[in-house]
Design a protein around this ligand. Structure first.
Ligand code: ADP
Ligand code: MG
Length: 257
């Protein structure tokens, strides 16, 4: 296995947006799902993307870690162009952690093993260091004592927190969360939101797609509202929620608040 090459310098400095999307377009067949999306995320910022189902939120965040190729526009992560054909996807995905609605833990591995797998087998890091870090991450997501539990022995919220710890094990610079509480029992949602809030408060750069409006209001520095593939409106939570300007935003918030 070849040693990992040293990180490339793309001329990025932390005063520039950690993530910058400029006029991003994406179609699936004849359907244009992203119709020119632009947004910036500063280092240490948490942004929330909200909007109706089918408006392109998942597609948007999947484009950021190159799970979905874009048709035009640019996406840069720390200055690195994500749509560059020579992109080192592994290097990008080390920087950009992602947590989905479906946590997809390996069912026959313990919680601790799930967290250790990628650092051990993908990054080839030292086992003792990987294990120590995995244990620290279990504690961080408030699951100390559950290291040997199998996913099936954990609640949905606990499994989702293992999935968050698994993403953090790669030491990402930004975390993407796509409706990570949408499939959970209501009583386990809170603990997952608490974990994410702590991460954001510690200064982890976060992009959150969520339907939890109270959470978005408390945690986000900036809210983006998407509808039918465009960003209709965006702003800081207070003005966004208390004084939405666009009729589409007003209608959406009127339905769910
Ligand atoms: P959201 O996350 O806001 O609900 P999505 O990004 O999942 O929206 O989907 C936006 C639109 O793109 C939907 O109409 C969806 O059916 C379509 N879509 C998403 N992914 C694919 C795909 N891989 N192939 C075809 N259509 C897709
Ligand atoms: Mg979605």
């Amino acid at each position: 296995m070849a040693a990992l090459s040293p990180p490339e310098d793309f001329g990025w400095t932390p005063d520039q947006p950690l993530i910058r999307l400029v006029d991003v377009r994406k179609s699936f067949g004849a359907i244009e799902v992203l119709k020119g999306v632009s947004l910036d995320v500063a280092k240490g910022e948490a942004i929330c993307i909200i909007g109706p189902s089918g408006s392109g939120k998942s597609t948007l965040i999947r484009c950021i870690n190159a799970l979905v190729p874009i048709d035009s526009g640019t996406i840069r992560v720390e200055g690195q162009e994500v749509n560059d054909p020579d992109l080192d996807k592994l290097a990008l995905r080390r920087k950009v952690g992602m947590v989905f609605q479906q946590y997809n833990l390996f069912p026959h591995r313990t919680a601790l093993d799930n967290i250790m797998m990628a650092p051990l087998h993908v990054l080839k890091q030292d086992r003792r260091e990987v294990e120590a870090r995995a244990r620290a991450l279990m504690a961080k997501v408030r699951l100390a004592g559950k290291e040997k539990a199998y996913p099936g022995e954990l609640s949905g919220g606990q499994q989702q927190r293992v999935a968050i710890a698994r993403a953090l094990a790669m030491r990402p610079d930004v975390m993407l969360f796509d409706e990570v509480t949408a499939a959970l029992d209501p009583e386990t949602v809170k603990e997952v939101l608490l974990t994410i809030r702590e991460l954001a408060e510690e200064g982890m750069t976060c992009i959150l797609v969520t339907h939890e409006m109270g959470f978005a209001r408390e945690v986000a520095d900036h809210i983006y509202f998407t509808d039918a593939g465009v960003i209709v409106e965006h702003g800081p939570p207070a003005s966004f929620f208390d004084d939405p300007r666009d009729p589409r935003t007003q209608a959406f918030l009127g339905q769910i608040l």
